[in-house]
Structure formats: C-alpha cells, structure tokens
Design a protein around this ligand. Structure first.
Ligand code: CDP
Ligand code: MG
Length: 139
C-alpha cells in the first residue's frame, strides 16, 4: 500500500441537504486526513472542464448543470490507499448498487445527485487536486 492523496467533492445535493459534517465525519473516522478544504460554487464552464473526460456521455450536460447548481465542498484526503479507501466509503456510482453503509447507499436518491465525487486513479487524483488547489492552500 502507498500513501496517497485523492480529491473529494461534496456535491451540491450533499451541501443542500446538510450532509457536509456527516460526510467529513466518515472520512475522519476511516483515518483519512484532510489536507485542504474549501467551499465554492462552480460555474458551468468550470464544471464542464472538471468533467471533460465525460464530454461524450449522454449525461454530460445534465451532470455539469447539476454540478454548477449550488456550492460544493472540495477536499484533499490523504492516507494509505486513500483513493480506494475513499471510493469504498462512497459506494457505487448508482446508489441502487452501492453497498450498504456507504455514503451513496445511505443518502443518494438519484444516480446523478449522488452526494460525493472521488478520484478514481493516481493520475486523475493529481489532475483533480491541481484543478482545485494551489500549493499555498495545502497543509
Ligand atoms: O462519480 P463516479 O466516479 O462514481 O462515476 P462516473 O462514472 O465517473 O460519473 C461521474 C458522475 O456522473 C457520477 O457520479 C454521476 O453524478 C453522473 N452520472 C450520471 O448522472 N449518470 C450515469 N449513468 C453515470 C454517471
Ligand atoms: Mg468518476
């Protein structure tokens, strides 16, 4: 196992529903360290840039509209195997397939509005961290 950093977001539905503390509590209980954190409201163009990897997918316009519909919280999480540990806490993309006890299984009601984002690999983690945070914003 390797010490890793990953990029997490609490999506607009998670912020609106008052789940910031719940989600961050799960990260901390699992031993993930918060290395940076901020709340911001993405513009549509910023959401489109963040999700550019999905630009050919049928859900791209809807997803980027949703992601720019309200404030989000972006975090850098650090720990052993942090990318997979965070993905395991999140659960499957589709909340109906997410394992019991995961964030998405417990709270999501929609495949798009599924509370959290997490990087899926070391290279995407690097790119996504750089999208949100500069060197001065990391501890
Ligand atoms: O977020 P995750 O990495 O689990 O899933 P993804 O395949 O990278 O898709 C990114 C996001 O697009 C998902 O978290 C959903 O919000 C949304 N999505 C959707 O609305 N409909 C789908 N069929 C697949 C994904
Ligand atoms: Mg993804």
């Amino acid at each position: 196992m390797a010490m890793e950093q990953t990029l997490s977001m609490i999506k607009p539905d998670g912020v609106k529903r008052g789940l910031i503390g719940e989600v961050i509590g799960r990260f901390e209980k699992q031993g993930l360290k918060i290395k940076a954190m901020k709340m911001l409201h993405l513009t549509l163009n910023q959401a489109r840039a963040f999700y550019a990897v999905h630009k050919e997918r049928p859900f791209y316009d809807s997803l980027t509209g949703f992601m720019s519909s309200g404030p989000i919280v972006a975090l850098i999480l650090e720990g052993e195997n942090a990318i997979q540990v965070n993905r395991d806490l999140m659960g499957a993309t589709d909340y109906r397939q997410a394992a019991p006890g995961t964030i998405r299984a417990d709270f999501a009601k929609d495949i798009e509005a599924n509370i959290v984002h997490g990087s899926d690999a070391p290279e995407t983690a690097r790119t996504e961290i750089a999208f949100f945070f500069n060197a001065l914003e990391k501890v």
